[in-house]
Design a protein around this ligand. Structure first.
Ligand code: EPU
Length: 344
């Protein structure tokens, strides 16, 4: 394990924010976690866990030890007539694992193709797209528990998965995910309920075709972070009570919405932002993408302050027009390397 000083993380976060870490170490094996945490403790530093960097907002200077998770490995643990249980290192690239699973004829994750980031981050915000959330296929998550100072395995049901939420969001600085164990299907059960996916898939009901169509739809709407640095959807789709929704729908009957449990209603943040005129609009070097208003883009060397300036203006415009408070999706870090609440 080799700790490096003053490391630029610009190429390690997909929003390309310039962020210098006072200390940085790559974690290639679960045991490295303990060594790294000991180092942090000895040097009086917090530990910041960096995965694929596709859902983080980093300040310009970080006085902390950044643990860059790079644990590899895909191991089949068990198999029965209908399912296969496979343990995957936190550092595996998510999309590559999805492609591999499809090649192996393991089914379930095809709707989640092309989501940026690494496997270890997938349970944290319970990544989801096109009618599927990863939590549906997680058997357990292997973690290092910083509070109890032990390695542990948390069952899928104990992860309390919900829309863009899990136990890892409830206890933000507690767990370091070292691997994720998935339970995938051996018989395809294609999920085609979302929007125009069914039409795109047509008559070819194969997992490969479903995966290809998802890739195609994403590429047509969402910017490639290599070309337009971004963190995917910047805000969560707000979940309103029936009464709150009713009031808004009276004035805006076309608002795209999706029924949820307990009579709640999820509304499309992209549409709300679009309606305020922010689609394709910039404030300084940061703007909302012209094909998907929910995606914030760093067009030229923005800092975290520039990003905040734009997203807070978007929030306030949406609040003014719809009386809805948008909540950012990416995780915000302090200069001391701790996860922070977004200020409302
Ligand atoms: N819309 C607009 N204008 C826009 C963008 C969207 O009017 O500029 C409308 C669309 O016409 C549609 C609705 O809003 O009626 C929803 O748009 P879309 O289908 O593109 O999905 P989304 O709700 O914006 C969510 C996820 C995405 C995921 C897609 C597909 C969240 C926060 N975002 O986006 O996830 O890929 O559905 O399932 O839940 C991510 O989390 O980073 C992400 C990309």
């Amino acid at each position: 394990m080799q700790v490096q000083a003053q490391v630029q993380l610009k190429n390690l976060n997909t929003l390309n924010l310039s962020a210098i870490a006072s200390h940085y170490v790559q974690i290639n094996h679960p045991d490295d976690v303990i060594e790294a945490l000991n180092f942090a403790e000895q040097h009086n530093l917090n530990a910041l866990i960096l995965s694929g960097g596709s859902n983080v907002l980093l300040p310009q200077q970080i006085q902390a030890l950044v643990l860059h998770l790079n644990i590899q490995g895909i191991n089949v643990l068990a198999e029965d007539e209908n399912t296969i249980t496979v343990k995957v290192g936190a550092g595996q690239v998510w999309h590559d694992f999805v492609l591999y699973s499809t090649q192996q004829q393991w089914f379930g994750l095809q709707n989640l193709a092309l989501i940026p980031g690494l496997v270890g981050a997938s349970p944290v915000q319970n990544i989801g797209a096109y009618g599927v959330e990863v939590g549906e296929f997680i058997d357990s998550v292997q973690v290092y528990d910083r509070q109890l100072k032990v390695f542990d395995s948390i069952s899928g049901s104990d992860c309390h998965f919900a829309y863009r939420h899990s136990i890892f969001k409830d206890y933000p600085n507690r767990y370091i995910i070292v691997s994720v164990t998935f339970k995938l299907l051996k018989k395809a059960d294609l999920k085609l309920s979302y929007g125009d996916l069914k039409q795109a898939v047509g008559e070819e009901f194969t997992a490969e075709n479903l995966q290809n169509q998802v890739i195609h739809i994403r590429q047509s709407k969402l910017p490639d972070p290599k070309e337009f640095p971004n963190v995917g959807s910047f805000f969560k789709n707000p979940i309103l009570t029936e009464a709150e929704f009713g009031k808004i729908a009276q004035h805006f009957p076309n608002i795209p919405h999706y029924p949820q449990a307990h009579s709640n209603v999820k509304v499309a943040a992209g549409w709300l932002i679009d309606q305020t005129g922010w689609k394709g609009k910039q404030l300084g070097s940061v703007g909302m993408f012209d094909k998907q208003a929910l995606v914030l883009v760093n067009y030229a060397d923005a800092t975290l302050a520039d990003v905040k300036n734009t997203y807070q203006t978007v929030q306030s415009d949406v609040k003014q027009k719809f009386n809805i408070q948008l909540e950012p999706e990416p995780v915000l870090y302090s200069e001391q390397g701790l996860i922070q609440a977004h200020h409302v």
